[in-house]
Design a protein around this ligand. Structure first.
Ligand code: BGC
Length: 699
């Protein structure tokens, strides 16, 4: 926000604000519908219209109930989830995703899109992890900033969420986060800081949880001290839906708009109750004026009051292409120990595909991130589309979720805040009938697997586990999949294993016997096509894990040191040792490390040099593609203290760059490093466990 413009904008907003009555002002600072504030028609001030993201623009709801309007005009481009996007490690794809989301939001007539979510994946069990980017603050912010800029190009505001330390769903409305300020500032706040400072996010959403005993949406510490005073934020702060609990506290904090899930709009804390406090002289009207000024400034930035506003568009072929581009780069090749992948499409005459996730659509699940996708290409469809009619593709389910779960109430958000708003979901309970049914599915699949040369299993999680309001109890695969995979590998050791999901799963029971393993995510409408392209070598995989894949959840510091999914207090005793920072420093081996992801080609790191120029540090390195296929490599830079100090992780990601190299090609790259100092080592590598050089030295 350039200063001069800001000052002028503020002056104009102040003038407009002075013409408003108290009632009109109050109407602008709370929800008058579930996703909209009240307009002031006599002065030409429109309502502020919001919609959920981040995987696309959500369906239309009735103004005062969580019933879908039910028309067919709100099907949209379904984008890969933020975890998938982060796995691309490609800032330009983050920008493109933002641009698609912004254009579609505008195309659907929205002013604010409620995303991206930039909360840190503190535990692999958090049900909303699929909406978030990473366990690492640097990767998160590097993806979030271009994303936000992309959205806002379209005269739509991004709403970076959920501010802050919103890392579990259990009792999400009441849990009090106990965290030391160093960890808060080094791990949980940087993405928000960059989102507002560099990304210029016009709005930000407060979180449900408490921090230091105060609800985030009314927190003096977070909103007044940090966001406004320290960071000088001039944008609009919006509450999470139902995140406000006290009129005076909310009004006196720097919260600007209160939203909630009920239809008693006049009873919202910042509605009639606030008006009463103003009339009684207990709260100065000036407090409200300031909020209104910021909302009017936002409207000006979005050209809602003046100038020409971009119209956007949704469901364009370009948007679908973007969804495919992101999906392609998000697929992570975890293992290919016998080089069995890619499969040859020409030699595939018969293939067996097993697993419910091969044929399951995920778009309309997960909570507020649900999407009415224009279409969703499942893995099975993607495989069939790629192979064509001359190959015989046989499909069996092999496992299934509880069919009775499938008709879950789609109107869940109406009572989503009851009982504290979230709980731990135990999915691995099955009655006799379901157990028997699963056994029959398994036997059928195993019998068939013996007869086929080529077998692909596609399983993992779905939005029963990766879902708002849920945390998982553990990392175990649901629906008896472990047993199925073990038996499949026994029946046919060449079985390719594909896992889909938003968070890692335990693989210990079978990973040593599986030679080819792929991780894909909720990868949007083109996800199945992208996966098939990787399986059959049309796309060389280049995804890298944006988070540690633990062997089991107790290897994660939030469980080993701190606590997680507790009802009253979440104790972040692990401090800054989150994710790989803990694993590396305390020698705990993950199943697959942060930054891991294989390719069908090979990359040689030929040289790496530390350069200091104009007060900034860079690594200049030369990388060669020494394999037979064109491919993309993500060069990762980690910093760590030369002499180990207590409280400082041994390595932290501080730079990366993704580069396309043709087979046989070499490129020199210059990669900026954040937080460099003389007493830190610089490692350059292909993943956290595949470091190729340390400040010039090999190794
Ligand atoms: C979620 C937000 C979402 C809002 C509106 C809340 O339950 O926490 O992320 O934007 O609902 O649907």
């Amino acid at each position: 926000m350039p200063d001069k413009n800001n000052m002028e904008m503020r002056k104009e907003a102040e003038e407009l604000m002075r013409q408003l009555t108290l009632d009109e002002k109050i109407g602008m600072i709370h929800g008058a519908e579930l996703f909209r504030t009240a307009p002031v028609e006599r002065l030409g001030i429109p309502a502020l219209t919001m919609s959920d993201g981040p995987m696309g623009v959500r369906q239309e709801f009735e103004p005062a109930s969580w019933k879908s309007v039910g028309n067919h005009d709100d099907y949209v481009t379904y984008l890969p989830c933020n975890s998938a996007l982060a796995a691309t490690w490609n800032r330009e794809l983050a920008r493109l995703t933002g641009e698609v989301l912004g254009a579609e939001a505008r195309g659907r007539g929205k002013d604010v899109i409620l995303g991206p979510g930039v909360n840190i994946k503190r535990s692999p069990l958090c049900g909303r992890n699929f909406e978030y980017f990473s366990e690492d603050p640097f990767l998160t912010k590097e993806m979030a900033v271009p994303y936000i800029q992309g959205v806002q190009k379209w005269d739509v505001a991004a709403c970076v969420k959920h501010f802050a330390a919103n890392n579990q769903e259990t009792q999400r409305l009441w849990v009090d986060v106990k965290i030391d300020e160093k960890a808060l500032r080094e791990i949980y706040l940087p993405a928000f800081y960059d989102a507002v400072k560099k990304g210029d996010s016009y709005t930000i959403m407060g979180a449900y949880n408490k921090i230091y005993g105060e609800h985030c949406c009314e927190s003096d510490f977070l909103l007044n001290q940090i966001l406004r005073k320290e960071w000088g934020y001039e944008g609009v702060v919006i509450s999470d839906w139902g995140g406000v609990h006290d009129t005076a506290k909310a009004a006196n904090s720097e919260l600007d708009i209160e939203m909630s899930v009920t239809d008693h709009f006049d009873e919202y804390y910042m509605a009639e109750p606030l008006k009463k406090l103003v009339e009684e002289g207990k709260i100065s009207e000036k407090v409200i004026d300031e909020k209104v000024i910021r909302i009017l400034m936002l409207m000006k930035r979005l050209h809602m009051l003046n100038g020409e506003r971009k119209s956007g568009a949704y469901n364009t072929p370009k948007h679908r292409q973007a969804a495919l581009d992101v999906a392609r780069e998000s697929v992570v090749l975890l293992k290919n120990s016998k080089g069995r992948l890619p499969l040859s499409p020409e030699n595939t005459k018969e293939i067996l595909v097993i697993g419910e996730n091969a044929d399951l659509m995920h778009a309309l699940g997960g909570g507020s991130a649900e999407i009415k996708a224009l279409y969703e290409i499942t893995p099975l469809m993607g495989i069939k589309m790629l192979l064509g009619g001359n190959a015989k593709v046989t499909y069996v389910k092999g496992y299934c979720q509880d069919p009775r779960e499938e008709d879950k109430d789609r109107n869940w958000q109406a009572d989503s805040l009851e009982n504290g708003g979230g709980e731990v979901e135990c999915v691995n309970q099955a009655d006799e009938a379901l157990t028997l049914y699963r056994r029959l599915l398994r036997e059928e699949a195993v019998m068939k697997a013996k007869k086929f040369d080529q077998v692909i299993f596609i399983g993992g999680l779905n939005h029963e586990q990766d879902c708002e309001g849920n945390d998982r109890a553990d990392m175990k695969l649901p629906y008896e999949q472990d047993q199925l995979i073990e038996e499949l590998l026994e029946a046919n050791p060449d079985t390719v294993v594909v896992m889909a999901g938003g968070s890692p799963v335990e693989m210990g029971r079978w990973i040593d016997r599986a030679d080819s393993v792929i991780w894909s995510w909720y990868a949007g409408m083109e996800g199945g096509r992208a996966l098939a392209e990787v399986l059959f070598g049309r796309t060389n995989p280049s995804g890298k894990l944006p988070e540690s894949f633990y062997k089991t959840h107790t290897d994660c510091s939030a469980h080993a040191w701190g606590n997680f999914a507790e009802k009253e207090t979440a104790d972040y005793a692990e401090g800054v040792f989150v994710g790989y920072r803990y694993l590396e420093s305390y020698h705990v081996e993950p199943e697959f490390c942060f930054g891991h992801g294989l390719s069908y080609t090979s990359f040689e790191y030929e040289s790496a040099e530390l350069i200091k120029e104009d007060g900034r540090a860079y690594v200049e390195c030369q990388i060669a593609n020494t394999g037979k296929m064109d491919g993309k490599e993500t060069v990762q830079i980690y910093l760590g203290p030369k002499e180990q100090k207590e409280g400082e992780p041994v390595r932290q990601l501080k730079g990366f760059e993704k580069v396309l190299l043709k087979s046989g090609e070499k490129k020199r790259l210059r990669i900026g490093i954040e937080d460099y100092s003389e007493n830190r080592n610089v490692w350059v590598g292909s993943s956290l466990k595949d470091l190729r050089m340390c400040t010039g030295r090999k190794g």
